[in-house]
Ligand binder design. Structure first.
Ligand code: SAH
Length: 243
């Protein structure tokens, strides 16, 4: 009888210990997200030149999405630093400031459909889904999508994923209200322009894929004309594939 009591006491203790531990690490990650957002706000002040600022909706989404779940366990300490983090296969999860900026530039509304090229860790897709959009994301490395889809299925099951060469977009669900390309390319892919809805916006790093690029915002006017804005010098991993 005494032994049963001891066992029950141990189980209750472990349960309680685990609960307090997970509550405190949850709080800790939330605190780290708050600090990450402060750093992003500083960056917007420095680079924004009053041309762009971050909206309340993007800030609140960045405070919500658990970025630490999108980085490999061994990199968890870097999850909320304002820097890119390696995610394996020679790829990186973009710096939080860049994710914030690209999300802001797309100016998405709830229920918009958004195409992402370069799923990677899935973090940018998660941020867009948390904004209330329908996200379609294409990734060329199958092994990467395998890991990412497990995280997304758990947190954002509405996001649709495709393994393939994103240069050609994802025609089946076109047109999109917004398109985001998270890998660098020397030119703007024609198939993506075609799949962008008139009135829609695209952000893409254009330039030498192996050095640095310009982040370009493209507005597709209702009559199909394109308006290009150069936003900032950036460094992305190259868009690979057969183009
Ligand atoms: N948006 C990602 C950033 C990933 S880095 C995130 O939030 O983590 C860029 C990603 O683009 C890499 O995963 C890379 O494998 C992918 N990529 C490169 N070329 C591609 C192509 N042609 N089609 C689809 N994905 C591509």
């Amino acid at each position: 009888m005494k032994k049963i009591f001891t066992n029950i006491t141990i189980i209750i203790f472990l349960l309680f210990y685990n609960l307090t531990l997970s509550a405190s690490s949850k709080e800790n990650f939330q605190k780290q997200r708050g600090k990450m957002v402060d750093t992003i706000l500083e960056h917007f002040l420095i680079y924004g030149n009053n041309n762009f600022e971050i909206s309340k909706s993007v800030i609140s989404v960045l405070k919500k999405v658990p970025r630490h779940m999108f980085v490999p366990k061994k990199e968890i300490k870097l999850a909320y630093k304002d820097r890119p983090v390696p995610i394996g296969f020679g790829q990186t999860i973009s710096q939080p400031f860049i994710v914030a900026l690209m999300t802001e530039l797309l100016n998405v509304k709830e229920d918009n459909s958004v195409l992402e090229i370069g799923t990677g860790s899935g973090y940018q897709a998660a941020v867009l889904a948390e904004m209330g959009t329908k996200v379609y994301s294409v990734e060329i490395i199958p092994e990467l999508i395998e890991r990412t889809s497990k995280v997304l299925d758990q947190l954002y099951p509405r996001i649709k994923l495709l393994i393939g060469d994103g240069y050609y977009g994802w025609e089946e669900n076109a047109p999109y209200d917004a398109i985001i390309v998270t890998a660098a390319i020397s030119h703007i892919p024609e198939p993506l322009i075609k799949q962008l809805r008139p009135g829609g916006k695209m952000v893409i790093p254009v330039g030498n894929p192996y050095t640095s690029q310009e982040l370009v915002l493209i507005e597709k006017k209702i009559n199909g004309d394109l308006l290009l804005h150069q936003i900032l010098s950036v460094r992305f991993v190259p868009l690979t594939g057969g183009h």
